[in-house]
Design a protein around this ligand. Sequence first.
Ligand code: GLC
Length: 587
Amino acid sequence: MYVRIVSLAFIAGLLALLPSSAQNAPSGMMGSPGKSASHAAPHSTDPWWKHAVIYEIYPRSFQDSNRDGVGDLNGITRRLDYLRDLGVDAIWIAPIYPSPQVDFGYDISDYQNIDPQYGTLADFDRLVAQAKKRNIRVLMDAVMNHTSDKHPWFIESESSKTNPKRNWYVWRDGRAPGEPPNNWLSLFGHSAWQFSPRTGQYYYHYFYIQQPDLNWRNPQVEAAMFQMLRFWLDRGVAGFRLDAVINLFEDSSLQDEEVLPGTNKFGDPNESTSRQEGLPEVHDVMRRMRSMIDTYPDHRVLIGETYLPSVEELDKWYGGAKHNELQLPMDIQVGFEPKLDANEFRHHINDAETRIDGNQPLFVFDNHDNPRTASRYGDGIHNAAIDKMLATILFATRSTALMYYGDEIEMPTTEPTSKEQVKDPIGITGWPNEKGRDGERTPMQWNSLVAAGFSTNPHTWLPVAPDYKTVNVQMESKDPDSMLNWYKKLIALRRHNPALHEGTMTMLDGANSQVLSWSRTSPNGRVVIVACNFTADPQVISLQGAIGGPAKTANVLAASGGSQGKSFVDLNAISLPPYGSLIAEVK
Ligand code: GLC
């Protein structure tokens, strides 16, 4: 598991013990008058990202078009019809820039080009144009905390203390001969300082040694990064996912981090990270970045990779009540809640409704850095039901939905079984405690043919998961009860049902620790109820009192588990199978 989650999930767990403040409060819907309509919702005047389904593509693993066993841009273009039919509004593509690929693209050596293994700028332009024809927007991954050590800026910076690029990175003397400047650790193991014999100083890297951190205290760095963002905005991208954005600044006094009890997966002492992330200076940069992208038309969006310990911290990344930083910092309180607990989910969803100053929540359960949900929440018996329930939470709450390729077919996490197989370097440094992130990055499973249809080359960069003959797009398209058809149904409801599309949200039955329920109410007063059974036992609940009014029944719009076939439910006795979820419109 990604180490960042382990530590923050721990903090989140502690925070979850605190009392929830405002259960059952109505939503803080934020109106956006005068904004242009989204293709997804002709009747809505909101910016497109407020109702969007955003689909993360890990480009190495989505579709190979040139038989080298690695996915590429033309492969993504070939699959755009699939994404349109799934109901996706935007794709976020993990880094496709030229890179030595130490961190599979998150180590960039040229920000304004495409790595030849993924294609060319012409392929990229074609992808954007083809996606646009299908009303799919393209979001880039902006990796601005660090470059590759092969980036010309770093090569210059390392060359001498007087080089004009020296101050583009974070260089310091050791505190004694052979000793780094302080005790700071890299998230990827061991000291965050690397000695460079050329000048006898150390450079700082929060991630791999090959990913030196840029010095955001130097205004030239900000200028270069904003110019890079403009380059892609001018090419028509709809916005960015800001990688490791909480790490842009570090404490310039370089005081040691506090040492905590125990050791981490790499055998280093546990330490706080308060001097290495979340420094207040970053918010000034976010405000300037937001002003810059707001000069572009069509609601360009900033999404944050914001692993934060609390909703209070999350709210700061929106700019709080000023709404002037990121539109969509990722909320990890919900999707990375450590266990399946209805009370905790209610608490965190409610926080997103009531404690972020009317900003728009962004929920996410999966990405390329963490084991997929079945490995985190599954009990081995009801995994499919649990994943369907989580999808209900993702798509039927008021949140913008961020999903990860393969979730829609319930692709498994397939960890390497020996150190020799590992591709992700943290899995090599940390083996066997930390097996790296290969498990959640395996090739997309399209069909039962060679390499699951991902490539015509059987030698793919990571092995295809062994279950591909049954778990794949082609097979699941034919099965009405498949995960794929559940996703399609939920995404279509979210788009076309006004209450689910743009309705307010109210938590219901707040004392129930087995079943999580809420309602969505459309602008013209139609009410849709949603109920999710968080247990392995059947449950029966009543929502009649919570909803009030004369209605006794609700029409079923979607039901997972054993309740298929019923067209309506009695609001006084709603039956839910183990981990079942139900969406129904009150008559
Ligand atoms: C982010 C990315 C992760 C990468 C790291 C360093 O956390 O999601 O994959 O390794 O940044 O760039």
